[in-house]
Design a protein around this ligand. Structure first.
Ligand code: GLY
Ligand code: MN
Ligand code: MN
Length: 440
C-alpha cells in the first residue's frame, strides 16, 4: 500500500469507529444515510447555483462535485457509496474510476436521483438521514432527520484531524500559496482588484466556485472592510496597500490565508511588520493544554503595545484593553478551526453531547472556545484596521483625547492589516503549513 492508501485506510477506520461508537449510544438508530445533496435551482429559471456538497459526506471520500450521491454507514460493514452517474448528453458526467479510495466502498451506480429508493432499505424506522434536504428525506420515508446527538458527536470529533486530512490541508495550502504569490506580484505590477483575483485563480488552478469562501481582494481603504468581496475592475489612481484573504480546496478541505502588503516603505509597511511579528508570536501560543480564548485576549494586549508604539493611541496598554479600545481596531476573533469547512465545526463544544462553551461577553465574535489539543488545525489571524464606524465611536467617546487623530488620518487611506496562517498543533510543537511553504 502507498502512504496515501495507508493514511486513507486509517481515516476510514477512524470514521467507522466514530460511527460505531455513536450508533451504539443512540439506541433507535443503526444506519446513517448521508446525502451529498443536490444543486439548488435559481427561482423561475433552468439554472442552478454552484453545488456545495454536505460536509458530512465529503468527510468520507474525495467526491465534492457530484450531487445525488449517498453514503450508507453503520460503523461495522463496508460503507456503501451510491454514486450518481447519469446518462446525460447535456452535462459532463463524472465517471467513477478506480482510485486509492474506491476499494474502501461498496459502490452502487444510479443513473437517476430517485433510483436511490432501490438501494435504501424500505423500512426506515432505525435509519437517520444526514443532509440538507429535509423535504426530500421525508418524501423518501425518513422520520429521523439530522438527529442532534449524532451531528454533535461528529462535530465534536471533527476537530481531531487524521493524517489523511492533514495532508489534504497541506495540499490546499500549497495551491493557495501559489495564488497568493501571483496575487502579490499583480498588486506590485499595478493591477486592479479584479486583475489580482484572476491572477490568483489562475495560479491556484481553481475556479471561483472551487474556492472554499469568497476571496477578499482589497486595495487601499477597502482593506478596512472585513468581508470585502466587491472586486473593483478599475485600476485605482494609486496603489497604497493590498489585503488578500483567499484560500483553495483540496479533496474538500480548505486553506484560509491572509496577507497584507504595502506598495512603499512607510509607516504603514512598518505597521504591517509589527502585526506580522505579533502574528508569529501568537502562533507559538498554540500548544496542547493552552486556551484559545486566552490567546485571543493576549492578542489584545500585544495589539495595545503596537498601538502605543506607533503613537496611534496614547494610553497605557493595560488600560487600553480594559477600556475596550483595542476592540475598535481588532473587532473579530483571533481565528478558528479549519478543515472540511472554513470555519470548521466543533469549536464551541465542551463535550461529545454538544454542550457549548460560550464566547466571553467582551469577545462575541470568537469562533472557538474549547481547549487546544494535538491534531487540531487552526487559523491565527490577528488584524488592525481603521474602520469608520469604530473610529466615529471612539471620537464620540471619553477616550477621544487619547487617540492621535493625525496619525489615524495618515494611516486610514491604507485601510487595515490582517495576517493569517494555517497551523497544525502536535504534542511536539506546531506545524505552520502556510509559512513552511515559503509565504512570508
Ligand atoms: N476567510 C474567512 C476567515 O478568515 O475567517
Ligand atoms: Mn481568512
Ligand atoms: Mn480565517
Amino acid at each position: 500500500m502507498t502512504e496515501l492508501q495507508q493514511n486513507f485506510a486509517a481515516h476510514i477506520a477512524e470514521l467507522q469507529n466514530r460511527t460505531h461508537t455513536i450508533l451504539e449510544r443512540v439506541v433507535d438508530i443503526d444506519l446513517l444515510c448521508i446525502h451529498a445533496g443536490k444543486a439548488l435551482s435559481v427561482f423561475l429559471d433552468d439554472m442552478y447555483y454552484p453545488f456545495k456538497t454536505n460536509p458530512h459526506f465529503k468527510a468520507w471520500l474525495p467526491v465534492t462535485e457530484t450531487q445525488n450521491c449517498w453514503l450508507m454507514v453503520n460503523g461495522k460493514d463496508k460503507p456503501v457509496l451510491v454514486f450518481y452517474q447519469p446518462t446525460d448528453f447535456w452535462h459532463k458526467v463524472t465517471q467513477l474510476e478506480d482510485s486509492y479510495w474506491t476499494p474502501f466502498f461498496d459502490i452502487k451506480i444510479i443513473a437517476k436521483p430517485d433510483e436511490v429508493t432501490s438501494v435504501l432499505p424500505s423500512i426506515k424506522d432505525n435509519i437517520a438521514y444526514i443532509g440538507a434536504h429535509q423535504e426530500l428525506a421525508r418524501d423518501l420515508g425518513f422520520s429521523h432527520i439530522n438527529p442532534k446527538s449524532i451531528i454533535d458527536f461528529f462535530h465534536y470529533h471533527r476537530v481531531y484531524k487524521t493524517d489523511y486530512e492533514l495532508d489534504c490541508l497541506r495540499q490546499a495550502n500549497k495551491l493557495a500559496v501559489a495564488g497568493h504569490t501571483a496575487a502579490k506580484n499583480t498588486f506590485l505590477a499595478g493591477g486592479s482588484e479584479f486583475d489580482i483575483q484572476l491572477a490568483y485563480l489562475a495560479a491556484a488552478g481553481q475556479s471561483e466556485n472551487e474556492m472554499p469562501y469568497d476571496n477578499i481582494v482589497a486595495l487601499n481603504e477597502n482593506c478596512a472592510i472585513l468581508h470585502y468581496t466587491d472586486l473593483e475592475k478599475q485600476v485605482p489612481q494609486q496603489h497604497r496597500s493590498f489585503l488578500i484573504d483567499a484560500g483553495a480546496s483540496f479533496n474538500g478541505y480548505a486553506a484560509d490565508i491572509t496577507r497584507t502588503y504595502a506598495k512603499s516603505d512607510n509607516e504603514f509597511s512598518a505597521l504591517i511588520g509589527a502585526v506580522d511579528a505579533m502574528q508569529q508570536r501568537l502562533v507559538t501560543g498554540l500548544k496542547p493544554g493552552a486556551s484559545y480564548v486566552d490567546l485571543h485576549v493576549t492578542t489584545h494586549y500585544q495589539l495595545a503595545e503596537i498601538l502605543k508604539q506607533f503613537d496611534i493611541v496614547r494610553m497605557d496598554p493595560q488600560d487600553m484593553v480594559e477600556q475596550g479600545i483595542t476592540r475598535a481596531f481588532f473587532p473579530h476573533g483571533l481565528g478558528h478551526h479549519l478543515g472540511l469547512q472554513v470555519h470548521d465545526m466543533g469549536g464551541f463544544m465542551a463535550n461529545e453531547q454538544g454542550q457549548v462553551i460560550a464566547s466571553p461577553d467582551q469577545h462575541p465574535f470568537l469562533r472557538t472556545t474549547r481547549g487546544i489539543e494535538s491534531k487540531q488545525v487552526f487559523t491565527i489571524e490577528p488584524g488592525l484596521y481603521f474602520i469608520d464606524e469604530f473610529l466615529t465611536g471612539l471620537a464620540e467617546s471619553k477616550h477621544s483625547q487619547h487617540i492621535n487623530w493625525d496619525k489615524i488620518s495618515e494611516l486610514k487611506p491604507f485601510g487595515g492589516i490582517r495576517i493569517e496562517d494555517n497551523i497544525i498543533v502536535f504534542d511536539h510543537g506546531i506545524e505552520n503549513m502556510t509559512r513552511d511553504l515559503g509565504l512570508a
